[in-house]
Write a protein that binds this ligand. Structure first.
Ligand code: HEM
Length: 338
């Protein structure tokens, strides 16, 4: 890839074999936890809530595609907050924090042909980059992790030797102390198309969600907190007031400094400023009520994926191409429909 162009993907040779290998590695790791097979990643739910996603009425023409086409349109949404580990751990343990948004009753042509998908999902974490650049790097890491007994420390050592910058991203993610899922900024990390499905009219973009209110109180030592303190913080918040996130898109303006095929590189927000295009309102609700609990139970059987998307929002780049089959395999193993 000597001279990459704007808004283009560059699949690695041999990617199909890598994807097949990753599916096997991912599914083999999925063992029952607390009575059932959980998601292969992001196993622990820290909150499952309803929300409303409203499209702004002042979106520039070059971003008005797919769900952003109609000003003021409101989509009902279900939002699942999670810890990213494959194991259900106390919230005090370092982890990436996920926010997955599912917009319901979306009409249009799906990104994956021959599906009856009627949702638009956005999967984000509280960090702008992913610690693995490409499918090859992620598969190598999981391959080493799969070794009995020594897998995890050996994989960390391999990462330190082969790519110290990426190990540092992982360390930074794990080191962040968080107070509430509703107080974090979230990034898609990986890029997506935003444009016409059939022509080159559009942009490669990343997504950001920024909370519209200030942090509450000082951070405490997470180890002294209850195992489910993140869910408790979310519950306390939504009993008394709504939470609002601004949803922004950041366009790729430089194909080298802002790569599509390397998700470990930050797209500099001072070079290409994320543009607000919608707001996500999570209204007041009682997540501990019978309805709240039943929604949380429903979340366990729901299937979020970057590939539950309209063609206008097609996922781009190697890590996203890798994710398609892996999410479907994880969802098949836990017997939910993708
Ligand atoms: C930028 C990179 C990534 C981001 C932002 C991300 C984010 C997320 C989020 C937020 C969830 C939780 C979805 C939910 O609540 O149901 C999730 C689930 C999952 N992720 Fe990722 N992820 C990324 C990359 C990957 C990669 C590279 C893999 C493996 C190839 C992977 C494997 C999984 C799996 C297996 C699940 C569970 C799927 C299911 O059973 O529903 N993720 N991811």
């Amino acid at each position: 890839m000597m001279n990459p162009e704007l808004n283009h993907e560059y699949p690695e040779p041999g990617e199909a074999a890598l994807i097949e290998k990753m599916v096997k590695l991912a599914v083999e790791r999925m063992k029952p936890q607390q009575g059932r097979i959980r998601r292969g990643q992001h196993a622990k739910t820290t909150g499952c809530v309803r929300g409303e996603f409203t499209i702004h009425n002042d979106i520039a023409d070059d971003l008005r595609f797919g769900i952003f086409q109609k000003p003021n349109q409101v989509y009902q949404a279900i939002i699942r907050f999670s810890n990213s580990s494959e194991s259900i751990n106390p919230d005090g343990m370092g982890d990436a924090r996920g926010m997955a948004i599912k917009l319901l009753d979306v009409t249009g042509t799906p990104a994956t042909p021959d599906t009856d998908n009627r949702c638009q999902d956005f999967l984000t974490i509280n960090f702008p980059v992913f610690p693995f650049a490409t499918p090859a790097e992620f598969v190598d890491f999981f391959d080493i992790r799969a070794m009995p007994f020594v897998g995890d420390p050996l994989a960390a050592a391999w990462l330190a030797l082969s790519n110290y910058r990426h190990l540092n991203i992982a360390r930074e993610i794990l080191g962040e102390i968080v107070t509430s899922p509703l107080e974090l900024t979230y990034w898609s990390g990986s890029p997506y198309w935003l444009g016409s499905p059939a022509t080159a009219n559009g942009h490669a973009v990343k997504y950001t969600l920024v909370p519209r209110f200030e942090e509450t109180g000082p951070l405490q030592d997470p180890n002294s907190m209850p195992d489910d303190y993140l869910n408790q913080a979310l519950a306390r918040h939504l009993i008394t007031r709504e939470a609002v996130f601004e949803f922004r898109v950041q366009t790729q303006t430089d194909p080298i400094a802002m790569p599509v095929e390397d998700v470990s590189v930050v797209w500099d927000e001072s070079v290409s400023k994320p543009i607000p295009v919608a707001s996500l309102k999570i209204g007041m609700q009682d997540v501990d009520s019978p309805e709240g609990r039943s929604l949380a139970e429903e979340c366990e059987t729901m299937a979020f994926s970057p590939w539950n998307a309209l063609a206008e929002h097609r996922p781009m780049g190697g890590i996203n191409r890798l994710r398609q089959a892996v999410y479907l395999a994880s969802q098949a193993k836990r017997a939910v429909k993708g």
